[in-house]
Design a protein around this ligand. Structure first.
Ligand code: NHR
Ligand code: GAR
Length: 218
């Protein structure tokens, strides 16, 4: 995507533990991104404090102040564009993005969803996997398209569900996997190793029909 450090804006709504993993990975030098801004739709998001502590510019726009989804999205994009981002990383960002916003940043928005997509789009994924008797669960980094949780997948992290494990325990283990794979996936896109074209993902120019997969043994 870029020769110099890829300008990356991170969008949050809450705790921002995934944001923290990006901050830590940049600090230790194991990824090479320029986190140019952190944006939240909630003033009380703890992730804003994490960003400030790391010296990253922050912006916050309260979505409840707008009449329509697109009006909020246009205000958010106007703010984000002050930082000229090349890549947008959704890290626990909880507002569905309008078709206008998705087109504005076409092929440049990533999300992480706590399931092995296409299994379990939507919410409450950990409990649904347990209730279905699944033996494995995971998390998926994907390009954001107009279809919710439906954009092409890039990288998955997978682990075994333990016998008798609660949704809460599984969620914590999945989050630890997210912290490892999300910065790695973003770097692949930043480096142009994974690209988006015509609604599909490509790896080194070849269609990525199956996402890259990392197994996390017990
Ligand atoms: N936007 C588009 N266009 N496509 C995607 O794939 C998106 C997206 C925005 C966010 C993250 C997502 C997830 O990983 C995401 C993917 C929020 C909702 C939701 O229902 C759904 C999916 C995701 C995030 N949000 C409610 C809304 O009305 C508000 C819920 C709340 O505030 O707690 O926007 O699962
Ligand atoms: C992550 O586990 C992410 O997969 C999930 O929210 C968490 C954000 O945590 N996203 C969704 O469930 C979207 N519906 P964080 O704020 O600590 O990074």
């Amino acid at each position: 995507m870029s020769r110099s450090r890829c300008k990356t804006a991170i969008l949050i709504s809450g705790s921002g533990s995934n944001l923290q993993s990006f901050i830590d990975r940049v600090a230790e030098g194991s990824i090479n991104l320029d986190i140019c801004a952190v944006f939240s739709n909630r003033q009380d998001a703890f992730g804003l404090e994490r960003a400030q502590k790391a010296g990253i510019p922050t912006a916050c726009i309260d979505h409840t102040a707008f009449d329509s989804r697109e009006a909020f999205d246009r205000a958010a994009a106007a703010e984000l564009d002050l930082y000229d981002p090349e890549l947008l990383v959704l890290a626990g960002f909880m507002r569905i993005l309008s078709p206008w916003f998705v087109r504005h940043y076409e092929g440049r928005i990533l999300n992480i969803h706590p399931a092995l997509l296409p299994l379990y789009p939507g919410l409450n994924t950990h409990q649904r996997a347990i209730d279905a008797g699944d033996t494995q669960h995971g998390t998926t980094v994907h390009f954001v398209t107009e279809e919710l949780d439906g954009g092409p997948c890039i990288l998955q992290g997978r682990l075994a569900i333990r016998r008798g494990e609660s949704a809460e325990q599984l969620k914590d283990r999945i989050q630890a996997v997210e912290h490892q794979i999300y910065p790695t996936a973003a770097q692949l896109v930043a480096d142009g190793d994974v690209t988006f074209r015509d609604g599909r993902a490509f790896r080194d120019g070849q269609p990525l029909d199956q996402p890259l997969l990392i197994d996390f043994p017990d």
